[in-house]
Design a protein around this ligand. Structure first.
Ligand SMILES: Cc1ncc(COP(=O)(O)O)c(C=O)c1O
Length: 405
């Protein structure tokens, strides 16, 4: 029987293959150190959990909530943008709460895409950036993820040669998976380009608060006039270690926010009210929770770079995000990232995310998530050292995937 139209646009997650291997190794008793999925392991700060527990006692909060977010939550998000970026937003018309930024992004794609619309999408990137639009009937044209002058010539070509002209441009800095950070000057050029060609900018700023070196990552909306063409997505998942709570935001251009709000009003009733109230409490906090989360990731980042480097696996220090993006050691590179990741599970008891899962341009890399504690990261480095020291022997027994094609 032929697969459904939409499902055909959703190939099985590449990461699933590594996950399956991980599960069977664990079932066989292996202690797998899981640096694969970007699933924050830190507990949500106690004050936020306490607020949830307090509010849930009130039966009035058990009813359907507000799809676009309760007013206090939207005001708190607007206040965050004012405080952090100096960006003034109208919480009534320029802010909508989403069930995590992933849901917001995917439903924005549903709201604005006509069949065949062309969307400019970085490669490699977080999968929903492409698949949100593919599910909505759009077509993806890949662009580079480098936030420098090399970014623009392919964009100019895309505008000249795509039919129809591109609808939207996706940005994601700090980047998942590459951890690159964009400057405000880069954003200025992006906004000028988008305005000149009448292209929508969708910026995923999920890692706004997870940065280690250099100035805090800017928002595209800091560029004067950016709001004419831009919507930006942020997330409570990483900032406050609330991934399971499903709380994020879209802010920016009124017409785009109205379109997303309309689609959502047909689909959901918003997050559970106690979650919205607890999220409001988190956003209105003094920032110390955010700093603590940031410091934990920074210490892990330093341990990862140092210990993996000593083990013979060079990992460039990421300036932001909870990921390192590391080139596969030379001797294994020809295997591709999926086979290399499988080998790491089988021979080193370490799981990482194969770069190809983020797009074909990622195949020389793996993404290493900072989601195990420092002790476990050091243990992973010891395992990898052992694995690399027997690389010649290992390689002798490996038949590369390409040999089967
Ligand atoms: C770039 C990026 N955007 C969005 C998300 C999803 O965040 P949320 O939990 O808010 O849906 C992630 C999670 O890994 C991410 O890395």
């Amino acid at each position: 029987m032929e697969e459904f139209h939409k499902v055909r646009r959703l190939p099985p997650y590449v990461f699933e293959q590594v996950n399956r291997l991980k599960a069977s190794a664990r079932a066989g008793g292996a202690d797998i150190i899981d640096l694969g999925m970007g699933n924050p392991d830190l507990p949500t700060p106690k004050a936020i959990v306490d607020k949830l527990c307090e509010v849930v006692q009130d039966p009035r909060t058990h009813r359907y909530s507000s799809s676009k977010g309760i007013p206090g939550l939207r005001r708190a998000q607007a206040a965050y943008y004012a405080r952090r970026f100096g960006v003034k937003l109208n919480p009534e018309t320029q802010v909508v709460a989403t069930l995590g930024s992933k849901e917001g992004f995917a439903n924005m794609a549903q709201a604005i895409t006509a069949p065949g619309d062309v969307v400019l999408c970085p490669n490699p990137t977080y999968p929903i950036h492409a698949f949100g639009f593919l599910m909505a009937g759009g077509v993806i044209r890949s662009i580079t993820v480098e936030p420098d002058e090399s970014f623009f010539p392919p964009l100019e070509r895309a505008v000249r040669h795509s039919i129809p002209k591109p609808l939207a441009l996706i940005l994601n800095y700090p980047s998942n998976p590459t951890a690159q950070v964009a400057t405000l000057d880069f954003y200025r050029d992006v906004v000028a380009f988008a305005k000149k060609h009448d292209i929508i900018v969708l910026s995923d700023l999920a890692y706004s608060e997870i940065y280690f070196d250099g100035p805090p990552p800017p928002s595209v909306l800091e560029v004067p006039g950016a709001i004419d063409v831009t919507v930006e997505f942020t997330s409570m998942s990483k900032t406050f270690s609330m991934p399971g709570w499903r709380m994020g935001f879209a802010v920016g251009n009124e017409r785009l926010i109205a379109a997303l709000t309309r689609v959502k009003s047909y689909l959901d009733y918003g997050a559970f009210t106690p979650i919205q109230v607890a999220a409001t409490h988190a956003l209105n906090g003094d920032g110390s929770d955010i700093e603590e989360v940031r410091n934990v990731y920074k210490r892990r980042r330093d341990v990862l770079v140092e210990s993996f480097g000593k083990a013979g696996f060079e990992v460039p220090p990421p300036a932001a995000t909870m990921f390192a993006w590391a080139k596969i050691p030379e001797i294994f590179r020809h295997l591709g990232s999926l086979e290399f990741s499988k080998l790491l599970v089988e021979k080193a008891d370490v799981a990482v995310a194969p770069g190809v899962g983020f797009g074909e341009q990622g195949d020389d890399f793996v993404r290493i998530a900072l989601v195990e504690n420092e002790h476990r990261i050091r243990q992973a480095a010891r395992n990898i050292k052992r694995f690399l020291s027997s690389a010649d022997e290992t390689m002798h027994n490996v038949v590369s995937l390409s040999a089967h094609r």
